[in-house]
Design a protein around this ligand. Structure first.
Ligand code: ATR
Length: 283
């Protein structure tokens, strides 16, 4: 490694597992595009070592961390200062140090909204929006979705009580109709977001066949080289547009990069290159 690279500011993503993380590749692409020196590594952390790893990283001069599964709540608890969007999400995916304090932010929600609205050109404002799932991934994006002013927002979950509790947590920010999948038996939606982890196990949430109308857009927050089960379902049910979460991944990374470096990278070329790598089987 050249001396320049060794002395470049240090960044990392902490998770477990984290071996297949695409964040090092994405941030290297951003750094090259912006002409900024940056070392970014993926670090697998044992659950009982998370706090010490973070503290040690910054004590040794590290500049910024991304936090992924399963540590976003731990990072939230560890941060000494929180952005408003991290506080509302109850989870942190980006850490940095400002004035001797560990600051936690969450860029997942803005990443999702930028991908849907700016990259894909989908309309959220005044549209009827359905979000499936009530876990950490959904909690992380609800505030930003509400801020886009959909005409209605419904959250459904396999365990209905979790969806109801989530809606109550966000009640001050806007109205959310919540319940089990029976809630959507006779409804159709303009935008359907799959925020469940069902795609990870090749499964599909129990969706009614009349869920889509002729302008419905379907977004899976997961991604893989092949279309996910939800994306295949959406195409079979003649969705107007279908997308996976690769763009969200790149957009949340761009927002983290901006927080650390003060420069906004262009995401389009990086997303296109990452899509090619994924299609070509690169991990
Ligand atoms: P994450 O951090 O990715 O959100 P999580 O907190 O474990 O992970 O939440 C996973 C979500 O996917 C939950 O809403 C879960 O539903 P339950 O709360 O009922 O378990 C949802 N989920 C997982 N597999 C699913 C499937 N096959 N069908 C429908 N929902 C599923």
């Amino acid at each position: 490694m050249s001396q320049g690279a060794a002395s470049a500011p240090k960044f990392a993503v902490l998770g477990n597992p984290v071996r297949h993380s695409r964040s090092p590749w994405i941030h290297a692409a951003f750094a090259e595009q912006c002409g900024l020196p940056m070392q970014y590594r993926a670090v697998a952390v044992e659950p009982d070592k998370f706090e010490n790893t973070v503290i040690d990283f910054f004590a040794r001069g590290g500049k910024g961390l991304n936090i992924t599964v399963p540590f976003k709540q731990k990072a939230f608890a560890l941060a000494e200062r929180l952005s408003e969007r991290a506080r509302v999400a109850g989870a942190v995916n980006t850490l940095l140090q400002r004035e001797q304090q560990l600051v936690g932010d969450n860029t997942d929600g803005i990443g999702l909204v930028r991908d849907m609205v700016a990259n894909l050109g989908w309309q959220v404002r005044d549209r009827r929006l359905l979000v499936m799932g009530a876990g950490g991934a959904v909690r992380g994006v609800l505030e930003l979705l509400l801020k886009e002013h959909p005409s209605a927002l419904t959250v459904v979950n396999r365990s209905a009580d979790k969806a109801v509790a989530l809606a109550q947590d966000f009640a001050e920010l806007g109205r959310i109709d919540a319940g089990g999948y029976e809630l959507i038996a006779d409804a159709d939606f303009d935008l359907v977001i799959n925020g469940t982890s069902a795609s990870l196990s090749g499964e599909l949430p129990p969706l009614p066949s009349a869920l889509l109308n002729d302008r419905s857009c379907c977004y899976d927050m997961m991604y893989s080289a092949e279309p996910t089960p939800f994306m295949r379902w959406a195409a079979q049910h003649t969705a107007w547009a279908v997308a996976d979460g690769l763009g969200m991944l790149v957009e949340q990374a761009a927002e983290s990069f901006y927080l650390w470096q003060g420069v906004r990278p262009q995401t389009g070329p990086v997303l296109a290159a990452l899509r090619n790598r994924l299609a070509g089987g690169s991990t």
